[in-house]
Design a protein around this ligand. Structure first.
Ligand code: NDP
Length: 339
């Protein structure tokens, strides 16, 4: 088997040298466990945080440890009563061609609903994140206006589409003309701002004011940086912000030399805003309602999804570095084995 280990901790932007490809024996299952071969590996922004050893909501990957990650796999050998060879399972087997599991945190995937890769995207953790943030944290309602950052990405694309289905007005923010065209034409957003065409928070605020003259009731935060600086003056009184991620800050400060804390704090006060961070794994009670509601929407084609596929486990590090630079267009996956 092959696995990708964390070779060293990055300082600022990660590089290919922070990863190491290693060979080993395919494990045997042992009592009550099964062995599965990886078909799809998910690459996600949170993995950047796992490469650091600072305080966070989850433990870092150890140096020499296998990089963590969500996987869709096929059971190949089993001593587990609930899993048999041929079953397709979604879980967290990491950046590796094979893994062993006792079933904890594993779920069988129903291939009749949608392609099995969607269990890592629109019908997996990113889709559920969108569902939790929009419904439980923001409590988005028909008639309201929402701004969605990283709107063409795995999470943002689902937020955009579910918000439209609710009857909200959606202003997306994405990097580049192609992504913006997709956000409006395919995902149904009312407008999309290309953050690469905007120099700073002031220009972003102007573009947002043009796109949503009445301001935003809700902001789904995925990126921070100049997008956040543009959103703040455009929030309506009593607006709500769901802090889901801040990818532009994961490898360094992108918010300029000026201390932005006074501006942020004052805006929260004078606009009487509610800003709440959330981590999807604290909301697993919404997994069933999410799949029951969004599964049929994906099956019928009403909710669309887009994937960027990289072939081969050995290419996962480069694909991950590309994700951090915004080179993915939709959910970033690695095809590790044949499906
Ligand atoms: P995406 O599929 O959206 O991929 C990341 C995207 O971020 C890139 O394609 C790029 O899109 C955008 N991006 C990268 N750098 C910048 C930058 N400097 N400024 C603005 N945009 C940038 O990833 P996900 O949908 O998987 O994740 C989106 C966010 O949600 C991340 O912040 C992630 O950490 C967070 N998250 C949080 C969870 C939680 O439980 N709280 C769970 C899952 C995800 P573009 O080209 O449009 O800029």
């Amino acid at each position: 088997m092959q696995r990708i280990a964390l070779a060293s901790r990055p300082k600022g932007w990660p590089t290919a040298d922070n990863f190491r490809l290693e060979q080993g024996e395919i494990p045997s299952p042992g009592p009550g466990r099964f062995v599965a071969r990886t078909i799809w590996l998910s690459l996600d922004p949170y993995m950047r945080g796992r490469m650091d050893d600072g305080p966070s909501y989850a433990k870092p990957v150890e140096i020499g440890g296998t990089m963590e990650g969500g996987t869709v796999s096929e059971v190949v050998e089993s001593n587990h009563p609930d899993y048999k060879p041929g079953d397709i399972v979604v879980g967290r087997m990491g950046w590796a061609t094979h893994g062993v599991s006792d079933g904890e945190g594993m779920r069988k995937v129903d291939p009749s609903i949608a392609p099995i890769s969607t269990a890592l995207g629109v019908l997996g953790m990113p889709g559920q994140t969108a569902y939790v943030g929009l419904n439980r944290i923001l409590e988005g309602k028909s008639g309201e206006t929402i701004c969605v950052s990283a709107a063409s990405g795995a999470v943002g694309a689902v937020v955009t589409q579910l918000a439209k289905i609710k009857g909200m007005t959606v202003v997306g923010v994405a990097g580049g003309a192609d992504k913006c065209a997709y956000v409006v034409e395919e995902l149904g957003a009312d407008a999309c701002i290309d953050h690469r065409s905007v120099e700073d928070g002031k220009q972003m605020a102007e573009k947002m004011a043009q796109a949503a003259p009445g301001g935003f009731d809700c902001y789904f935060e995925n990126v921070a940086g100049k997008t956040l600086l543009g959103v703040l003056p455009n929030m309506k009184p009593f607006g709500r912000i769901a802090i889901c991620g801040m990818i532009s800050l994961y490898s360094g400060n992108t918010m300029g030399d000026q201390n932005q804390l006074p501006l942020l704090w004052r805006t929260l006060l004078v606009k009487k805003l509610r800003a709440q961070g959330f981590i999807v794994s604290d909301h697993m009670d919404l997994m069933k309602p999410f799949l029951a509601e969004v599964g049929p929407l994906v099956k019928s084609g009403r909710v669309k999804f887009r994937e960027t596929v990289t072939d081969g486990l050995e290419n996962a590090p480069e694909a991950f570095l590309g994700l951090l630079r915004g080179e993915n267009f939709g959910k970033q996956l690695v095809r590790v084995g044949a499906d």
